[in-house]
Design a protein around this ligand. Structure first.
Ligand SMILES: [Zn+2]
Length: 165
């Protein structure tokens, strides 16, 4: 809420903006006047300042009073909403933070455990695989596959790299 409607009575003006006949001020009118003088096209300034005027309280007494009552009710209702909302948010935030901390406390050691088991299993696999491969290669080395190929694959275009030289 702006400073204007804080606790001062509402004030109504004609032609605060050029497409609205009248409206309630939402800020001190000096601000609007300053803005018009600074930012509006030169050709519009005189007209805007001439037409911008407060509607006398005496002419709209009950309207101003009713608007003041509305403002007060609205402000109080908003403050109540805001207080309830903030409390609810803080409660949610606390639960959420606690839950996250608990999750991380449980998750981290589980992850470490997974990594340790995986590393050990991998080392075992590597050791078994390497030994078995070495045994296989030792046997393979005893075979002369080049000679076997020459004998068993006559008229072969294989040139050592491709059958399509
Ligand atoms: Zn061949």
């Amino acid at each position: 809420m702006s400073a204007m409607s804080k606790h001062t009575p509402p004030r109504a003006y004609f032609h605060v903006h050029h497409e609205q006949m009248w409206e309630w001020a939402t800020e001190p009118m000096e601000n609007r006047i300053e803005y018009i003088k600074k930012e509006k096209p030169t050709s519009e300034i005189d007209t805007r300042l001439r037409l911008l005027k407060e509607i006398p309280y005496e002419r709209i007494k009950s309207l101003v009073d009713t608007k003041g009552q509305y403002d007060a009710v609205q402000r109080t209702a908003w403050e109540q909403y805001d207080a309830v909302e903030r409390t609810a948010w803080e409660q949610y935030d606390a639960v959420q933070r606690t839950a996250r901390e608990q999750y991380e406390a449980v998750e981290r050691p589980a992850w470490e455990q997974y990594k340790a088991v995986e590393r050990s299993a991998r080392e075992q696999y590597d050791a078994v695989q390497r030994t078995a491969w070495e045994q296989y290669e030792a046997v393979q080395r005893t075979f002369d596959m080049e000679a076997l190929h020459r004998e068993l694959c006559p008229d072969c275009p294989w040139d050592g790299r491709t059958i399509f030289p």
